[in-house]
Unconditional design. Structure first.
Length: 231
């Protein structure tokens, strides 16, 4: 005979089901020498500060970093540059970080500069499983050097190849325990796109929520993209 549920459900303590929430030690262990790491945030605002700390604590070096900017000296992504952990960076500008400029000019760090729109489209393509994006931006300039030019219906375009990282570190205003993410205002920055474009996506959040506390229409990144949460 089928059982009929007649009572109220017992209270469920969120601590009994941490979902994708991981300890700091578990997250530190994910970083290794030679990785490509995509970092969300820009212009000194809303970087994943604690996750950058985790990279530094791991000791990982010889990194390639994808980030909209190089932060400031010893600030944001600039902390990794300052510590000498970054061998290569793909970014849109490094003008706010003289240390990054010095390392580029003396050959200690290779830097590929990309127009911001092209940079973000390359990240988006990586997350969407696409090979790249065709754009006219950069044709006939130094941006074109070493890149394929493709003609479509008589028009010439640069092929900007997709960017896909080993690890993405981003920040969200709210995350539930299965990784659905919501943001607030300009703190959104590049985070939703970068969070989708890596084999391992780790997010830190300001507020950890139970499942269903974030309304479906507030979710900017579905939990399927997120592997670990540092709450």
């Amino acid at each position: 005979m089928a059982q009929t549920f007649t009572g109220t459900r017992p209270n469920h303590d969120r601590r009994d089901d941490w979902g994708k929430v991981r300890s700091r030690e578990e997250i530190v262990a994910q970083f290794r020498d030679g990785q490509t790491i995509a970092i969300g945030g820009q212009a000194g605002v809303n970087y994943p500060w604690r996750l950058i700390d985790c990279i530094l604590e791991s000791g990982a070096k010889h990194l390639t970093v994808y980030s909209i900017d190089a932060g400031d000296p010893d600030y944001g992504p600039g902390r990794l540059v300052h510590a000498g952990r970054v061998d290569r960076m793909i970014t849109t500008h490094i003008g706010t970080n003289p240390e990054a400029s010095e390392r580029m000019l003396d050959g200690r760090m290779a830097v590929e500069l990309a127009p911001m729109g092209s940079f973000m489209e390359r990240i988006r393509c990586g997350g969407a499983g696409l090979g790249g994006v065709l754009t006219k931006t950069g044709l006939g300039t130094v941006v074109q050097e070493g890149k394929q030019v493709i003609t479509v219906k008589g028009e010439r375009y640069l092929l900007e190849e997709a960017l896909y990282a080993d690890v993405a570190i981003t920040r969200a205003r709210r995350a539930d325990v299965i990784g659905n993410l919501a943001y607030r205002g300009t703190g959104t920055a590049s985070h939703p796109i970068i969070a989708t474009s890596a084999a391992l996506s780790i997010v830190e959040c300001d507020l950890l929520c139970d499942v269903s506390e974030i309304a479906p229409d507030e979710v900017r990144v579905p939990g399927i993209y997120i592997d670990m949460i540092l709450a």
